[in-house]
Design a protein around this ligand. Structure first.
Ligand code: BGC
Length: 479
């Protein structure tokens, strides 16, 4: 596409914003539970392991949702699947908030988790397929932006409803999720299917109509022709099994790999446990620690906005290397922050914010952008769902092993934790050591990225497919 192309900016932005509400739900529903837990726990009189089950069931729901619906989005279309997920988000928010028993709470969190898993790949996929090539990265990054806005609104909603005199205050915290779900459902109802999916079903006239609402009229026919020729080649192939063929091996490695590094640099230990980390670093009292976590949420949103402006200018590779290098140094400093006494706590807070900023401009948006870009149309739904599935799987693994890793370091140092104390109080450096493990993952990520991060900036989805067919290497994509 030439640089002179005049796409219909306003229509495209409206479409992307509505669809990206799916990101807000993803962020809100994963984040909201952290503030609800202390109240839930007292209300239902739960043990720690029951609490862990409630949290884990939401994540398992997401894994299942991503696992079983990839092919459905290829059959039924992107729009119907997003509509269905909005319905599950809305009813799930009502149900979790009403849950009369702990079992119902667990089942309803699982149900809600299904929607999180589905929307986390169907929404970026939808946006990617409906965006003009030139601003595709920016628009898919809006999904990431709304994830971060969702996390921040969850922190704020938790703060607003938290009431020590009312053990049922967790119910309204969860109900707030109905609002974005309704916006997504109603908005999506009026949005079109993506031109690429319509073409894959032979609905050329409709595809043209949608495309002419968003693309520069000059490019409509060329885009349709590009899609057609890809479809013709795709049709001669073996359906969904195609994704495991050698020519798509790099696409698969990129989708799973980017999510591996996105999660294994430890982002969610900071997002989910930041109040605890602040306490371990020497902050006094839960209130100060919770307030400090709101700052984490704000920095996350602000730097994701920065990424919107640079992703289609700097390109994916540069952003990746700048971001992961920053993440590496910030993680080293975070580890040090735990080890230094006294002044260490400010050093820790500042390095944690620097870490979040670098994540927000790089691995955060890039994960979701790349999984929608690297697969050919016919298996794009399936491919993105594999990326999303990896995201949830790795996320669960990291969050679940964080304290175990700290404990292992403690054991190696023969640290004894007296009853009633936390490992982090007795041995902050054991927690700090985990951040050095994450730092070494970032270092490996830099080497991996050199070989596997493709420069997809300004390259049409059809061209990317062609590159794989010719056996091209990821790092040569834009050459
Ligand atoms: C990640 C989430 C993370 C969020 C933080 C997303 O890209 O997939 O796991 O919580 O970024 O902003």
């Amino acid at each position: 596409m030439s640089s002179k192309s005049k796409y219909n900016k306003n229509v495209v932005i409206v479409i992307a914003s509505i669809a990206a509400t799916g990101g807000l739900l993803f962020g809100f529903d994963t984040g909201v539970i952290s503030g609800a837990i202390p109240f839930l726990q007292d209300y239902f009189v739960l043990t720690d392991s029951q609490v862990e089950n409630i949290t884990a069931l939401g994540l398992i729901g997401a894994v299942v949702g991503a696992l079983f619906t990839g092919r459905i989005t290829d059959y039924l279309g992107r729009k119907k699947v997003i509509l269905a997920s909005a319905f599950v988000f809305a009813t799930g928010a009502v149900w979790t908030g009403l849950a009369p028993t702990v079992n119902q709470l667990m089942i309803s969190r699982f149900y809600l988790g299904l929607a999180i898993g589905v929307s986390s790949f169907a929404v970026p996929l939808y946006i990617s397929e409906i965006s003009p090539t030139k601003i595709r990265g920016t628009l898919v990054s809006m999904f990431q932006l709304l994830i971060t806005v969702g996390i921040l609104s969850a922190y704020l909603s938790d703060n607003a409803f938290a009431d020590n005199n009312n053990l049922e205050c967790w119910r309204p915290m969860l109900w707030v999720g109905v609002i974005p779900a309704a916006v997504l459902f109603i908005g999506m109802f009026f949005l079109p299917e993506t031109p690429r999916w319509l073409m894959s079903k032979g609905r050329e006239e409709e595809a043209k109509k949608v495309l002419s609402r968003i693309e520069d009229p000059e490019f409509v026919d060329a885009s349709i022709a590009g899609m057609k020729s890809d479809m013709a080649i795709d049709a001669s192939q073996e359906g969904f099994r195609e994704i495991f063929k050698p020519w798509l091996r790099n696409a698969l490695i990129i989708a799973v790999g980017i999510m591996f590094f996105q999660q294994f640099v430890g982002i969610n230990t900071v997002i989910y446990y930041s109040p605890k980390i602040f306490l371990a670093a020497g902050f006094e009292g839960a209130e100060a620690a919770i307030a400090a976590s709101v700052i984490v949420g704000v920095v996350n949103v602000l730097f994701t906005i920065v990424s919107l402006f640079i992703i289609d200018k700097l390109g994916r590779r540069k952003l990746y290397f700048i971001g992961v290098t920053g993440i590496f140094f910030a993680l080293i400093c975070m580890g040090l922050g735990f080890m230094l006494p006294g002044a260490g706590k400010w050093f820790l807070v500042i390095s944690m914010l620097v870490y979040i900023a670098f994540f927000a401009i790089s691995l955060g948006p890039l994960g979701w952008v790349l999984i929608t870009e690297v697969f050919p149309t016919r298996v794009r739904g399936l491919g993105s769902s594999i990326g999303s599935l990896s995201n949830w799987g790795f996320n669960t693994l990291v969050v679940w092993t964080f304290y175990k890793m700290a404990n292992a370091i403690g054991n190696a140092k023969d640290v004894v934790v007296p009853e009633g104390k936390d490992l982090s109080e007795v041995c902050p450096s054991c927690v700090g050591g985990v951040f050095w493990i994450f730092a070494s993952v970032a270092l490996i990520g830099l080497v991996w990225g050199y070989f596997y991060i493709p420069e997809t900036k300004g390259i049409s989805l059809e061209k990317i497919e062609e590159h794989w067919r010719k056996g091209g290497k990821p790092r040569d994509l834009s050459k």
